[in-house]
Design a protein around this ligand. Sequence first.
Ligand code: PBE
Length: 310
Amino acid sequence: MVNSKWKKLGLMFVVMPTLALAACGDEDENAETGTDEGSDSEEVNYGEEMGYKITGIEPGSGVVASTEASTEEYENLEGWEVVTSSSGAMATALGEAIDNEEPIIVTGWSPHWKFQKYDLKYLEDPQGIFGDAETIKTMARKGLEEENPEAYKILDQFEWTPADIESIMLKVSDGADIEEAAASWIEENADKVAEWTDGTEQVDGTEVELAYVEWDTEVASTNVVGKVLEDQGFDVTLTPLDNAVMWQAVSEGQADGMVAAWLPGTHATQLETYGDDVVDLGVNLEGAKIGLVVPAYMDIDSIEDLTPAE
Ligand code: PBE
């Protein structure tokens, strides 16, 4: 599979190298050391320890937008900041914080391998800013059904479960190559894949282009679908883009489709902007969720347990 020609859009990710700051906080005034403030009390001020920063991911992500909204809506998050970077940088910061048993709040989502690797919890969200259960949906460009019916049908029939996608994400987080992990999942799940290709014929090099964002979930799903298409004889291009640009690309027909639409909440803004110009092929995964995620050792349960910045 080829990676794209779209660099000209200039909208690919800029991965900011500032990740570590979010995790460690620039002020290293560990409450545990208890130097200034007699902090042997259980009342640890996590906010202060974290510099009132939430470790975000890509700026265009729905979960970052919701987190920014939460800092406006929750009075107790007054003065908090969402530091954006990339999904990879967030995962690194989370791992480092856990190694050091430091507090950290990340913009999280499920399915995700982090829940299999670490003991984590979602903070309760009494105001419902992060929504409830999410699904992941597939969107195709208008005209694909007529112009490339085999690809359209495979995209339409693609669906799987959190356990399926997590098994791939976990391997990749342990260092496996995504193309190899996708290929071996496909081999081990031939029955499921046969349902996706059911009723379609092999093609001979027909081009198909899928847009995606480099979130772990979408890296896994897009590579699997891409490989299935390739095995059916397609000439596949996978194009990593910013979230809004992914939607735009499908709506304008520059990409044939994507399997990365998080709804009803996470990408509601993008659906509103581009929804009339894409074809909704339905849910490909049930049981997704977004929210603020912390290590289980942190002694808070709700967003409302955090305190305003001083
Ligand atoms: N995510 C993963 C995306 C959707 C997929 C939750 C990081 C987002 O927030 O837009």
